[in-house]
Design a binder for this molecule. Structure first.
Ligand code: UN1
Length: 515
């Protein structure tokens, strides 16, 4: 039996049953057993609403509807499917502000960022609507005469999408839109910390004309609803974004059941600052990379590797700037950083800070504690934290997923590459330098799926591959045309119009008997 834990879980199952927020077979409804869980605003700890704590029966119904809808949806011309995506894009664009505000309320990140999150879903819908007009395969030659060969993309079938709370609109959209354009039907199980964002996204798809059963939404816990979806025998594909710990259990379960599986997992991303870097730019980059989304990004900058020649200046200026970050409720336009998603995530960050201070014996330069009074005294706020440490420390090796950056001194470009590559993860890396040779060597030597030059470790765009190497994933890439590889299966097609039996690898064609 697998145990599916979520990255953080503020959920407590309560009897109060408010909204009809599951969407199964084209109808909004509650869980069959009527259980529900709280959606909490992490900045105020207030309950926003209650969502269905779905059961195995709910998941099974959703899968049955998805299976039924698959037979017709896969045959809808892809241009028509693209039109529906475009409509969904327009609806999301029209509701961008409303959805962004709802997202800030339930997730905590600042409005500027939730607007970016919703924009990313809009871009993704637009991009895959266009990809539908391509979905290119190959037409190629045959080794035999009067025979035509090509390859075409086919849908995979029923997709189970299990998504995280840190990008509650964008990440589901990375999975939903390519899945739909390829002709799949799906069940989305969004993170229990951010259920409302998923409702907005699914409503946009419903309004855009997605037929009943094609998109289903089932709320609940990873350990129950997520697990049922993962283990349901009629689900053909699982796409999961979350921690490497959970990802490895999901991968093992899919492996046993021969399910296609795409995993986007953890990171311990580093920004390198060479001695010739433009320091102003490098400081701004590290600030944004480390404390954007309060560090709750897979691509967050959790290590800054600074050349010893500029270390002191960088450290002083960076720390001074970090201490001035305006922390507060993300709904205020002037706020620069919001809270942690939930109490358990806050606790995890606190624990890592203790490890940093007492076990690793790193030097604490800023932050290191939660707020006890003022506006941030309530809610799951933690002070932006900076350590000076070394590469082998636990705080330099393990994913914290919070506003904690470790500055590490390096002596050379070579050492910076070695340190950058010295973790089990390989998602994103960045280097600030003016030296073109180092730039090219960094592109070559960083063991990451994403490499930035003179830019922070965050900020991927939707038309390029997103994902990483090592324990960051299982070799797939979301976004761009690479997501089509996840959500479609290749079929090779041979059309023999010779009227005779032609045997590949056996018949030799010296004459023209078949022409
Ligand atoms: C994440 O890091 O968890 O690349 C997702 C970015 C965003 C997506 C990040 N477009 O920063």
């Amino acid at each position: 039996m697998t145990t599916i834990l979520e990255r953080g879980n503020k959920m407590t199952t309560k009897k109060a049953v408010h909204g009809a927020f599951n969407f199964i077979g084209g109808k909004w409804g509650r869980s069959s057993k009527g259980g529900s869980f709280e959606n909490i605003n992490p900045a105020t700890e207030e309950v926003i609403d209650f969502y269905p704590d779905s059961t195995a029966e709910d998941v099974d119904r959703a899968v049955q509807f998805a299976r039924k809808a698959f037979h017709s949806w896969r045959k809808v011309p892809v241009a028509k499917r693209g039109e529906i995506l475009l409509k969904a894009m327009q609806i999301l664009a029209a509701k961008k502000e409303e959805i962004s505000r709802a997202q800030t309320k339930e997730m905590g990140k600042i409005l500027k960022e939730t607007r970016g999150d919703v924009q990313e879903a809009i871009d993704t819908a637009f991009y895959y609507a266009g990809e539908g007009r391509r979905l290119f395969g190959q037409t190629t030659t045959s080794e035999l005469p009067n025979k035509f060969s090509m390859s075409v993309r086919m849908p995979v079938g029923i997709c189970g999408l299990i998504t995280p709370w840190n990008f509650p609109t964008a990440i589901p959209s990375w999975k939903i839109f390519p899945a739909l354009i390829c002709g799949n039907t799906l069940i989305l199980k969004p993170a229990s910390d951010t259920p409302e964002s998923a409702v907005h996204l699914v409503r946009a798809l419903e309004e855009a004309g997605v037929p009943p059963g094609v998109v289903n939404l089932v709320h609940g816990r990873g350990s129950t609803a997520g697990k049922y979806l993962l283990e349901h025998p009629d689900v053909n594909l699982i796409s999961f974004t979350g921690s490497s710990f959970v990802g490895s259990q999901i991968g093992a379960s899919c492996g046993k059941a021969f399910k296609k599986c795409n995993l986007e997992l953890g990171g311990k991303n580093a920004q390198i600052v060479m001695e010739d870097a433009k320091l102003d730019l490098a400081i701004e980059g590290a600030l944004w990379g480390a404390f954007g989304t309060a560090g709750q990004r897979c691509t967050a900058t959790s290590r800054v590797l600074v050349h010893e020649k500029v270390f002191k200046e960088f450290e002083e200026r960076f720390v001074e700037r970090v201490k001035r970050i305006k922390v507060g409720n993300g709904l205020e336009e002037s706020t620069e950083m919001g809270p942690m998603i939930n109490r358990s995530q806050l606790k995890k960050v606190q624990e890592y800070v203790e490890i940093g201070k007492h076990k690793d014996r790193a030097k604490l330069l800023a932050g290191g504690e939660r707020y006890t009074e003022g506006e941030c005294g309530k809610g799951f706020f933690f002070k932006p934290t900076v350590f000076e440490g070394t590469s082998k420390m636990r705080i330099s090796q393990e994913e914290i997923f919070g506003p904690v950056a470790v500055l590490i001194r390096v002596k050379s470009f070579e050492e910076s590459m070695e340190v950058l590559n010295s973790t089990v993860y390989g998602l994103s890396g960045s280097i600030y330098t003016q030296d073109v040779n180092r730039v090219m060597r960094a592109i070559q030597d960083m063991e990451t799926g994403i490499t930035y030059i003179n830019a922070p470790t965050i900020g991927a765009e939707v038309h390029l591959p997103f994902g990483g190497v090592k324990q960051t994933g299982n070799g797939h890439r979301e976004a761009g045309t690479t997501a089509l590889e996840i959500f479609s299966e290749w079929k090779a097609v041979y059309v023999d119009y010779s009227g005779t039996l032609q045997r590949a690898q056996i018949d030799t064609h010296d004459g023209d008997k078949n022409s």
